[in-house]
Design a protein around this ligand. Structure first.
Ligand SMILES: O=C(O)[C@H](O)[C@@H](O)[C@H](O)[C@H](O)COP(=O)(O)O
Length: 247
């Protein structure tokens, strides 16, 4: 198989989150060492919130110049600005508001009090990505973080939802099974333009989805294949159904 993927199993949720936080800091530091800047795509969800907390508390946090990091989001819940359920609000509260960054490099998806529809928010985001990429397509993100749902969704690309097969860089999502039903998401091809994608899974509730995504590749999470490498960073409970760890 031409894929470059591997599963790395950690003891539990805390160790997993702490390990991902260290990896993340090193990944961004490496990108900055090469190009002077770095870009990351953030995700929502419980395990991501823990990762952000560990980034904030990490003793090696200052190896990254956070003012030269572009922060993007893989998906957003289409809710008003500042709503506690927005992925942006979560990331800001957990660490963005507490580090020295360049506000111009923070790229949230438009909220429902700013635009009328998720489709409009998606179109604006696609345009912003295009500008950042120098006129077309999307930037080659240094790091894409993704949580995975019990149903195998990543970002806001849910199994069987038309958004999963959308073209372009970003898509408005309706009737998502995980609340809220209206969301905005990067498309699968935009996700896969990242240099590195890390799918993070914690807990027994994810075991079936992790196994199915890796063995059949039909679920949205199984379709993630970053341009450089894809890693599955999981805890023991989420890895419980796996028979091998190389893909
Ligand atoms: O908006 C969201 O909810 C997400 O971006 C979503 O894709 C999330 O990452 C997964 O559902 C995992 O979430 P948990 O870690 O909370 O299970």
């Amino acid at each position: 198989m031409s894929r470059s993927g591997a599963v790395i199993v950690h003891e539990g949720a805390e160790v997993l989150a702490e390990a991902v936080a260290s990896r993340l800091i090193n990944r961004l530091a490496d990108a900055q060492a090469q190009r002077g800047e770095a870009s990351i795509v953030l995700t929502g969800g419980r395990i991501a919130a823990k990762v952000y907390q560990y980034v904030l508390e990490s003793p090696i946090r200052s190896v990254v110049d956070w003012s030269k990091v572009d922060f993007w989001w893989g998906d957003e819940r289409f809710l008003p600005s500042g709503d506690p359920e927005r992925n942006e609000t979560q990331a800001r509260a957990a660490f963005l508001d507490r580090i020295l960054l360049d506000p111009e490099r923070v790229h949230p998806m438009a909220a429902s009090d700013v635009v009328d529809t998720p489709e409009e928010a998606a179109a604006l985001y696609a345009a912003e990505l295009e500008t950042a990429a120098g006129g077309s397509g999307v930037p080659a993100f240094d790091l894409l973080l993704l949580g995975i749902g019990e149903d195998g969704h990543v970002a806001s690309l849910f199994p069987g939802n038309p958004a999963l097969d959308a073209d372009g860089a970003a898509v408005g999502v309706r009737e998502a099974p995980k609340p809220p039903p209206e969301r905005v998401s990067l498309t699968m091809s935009a996700l896969n333009s990242a240099t590195a994608a890390w799918i993070i899974a914690s807990g027994a509730g994810k075991a079936e989805a992790v196994d199915e995504a890796l063995s059949k590749r039909e679920l949205p999470a199984g379709r993630v294949e970053a341009a450089g490498h894809t890693r599955w960073l999981v805890d023991k409970d989420a890895a419980a159904n796996l028979k091998h760890l190389e893909f």
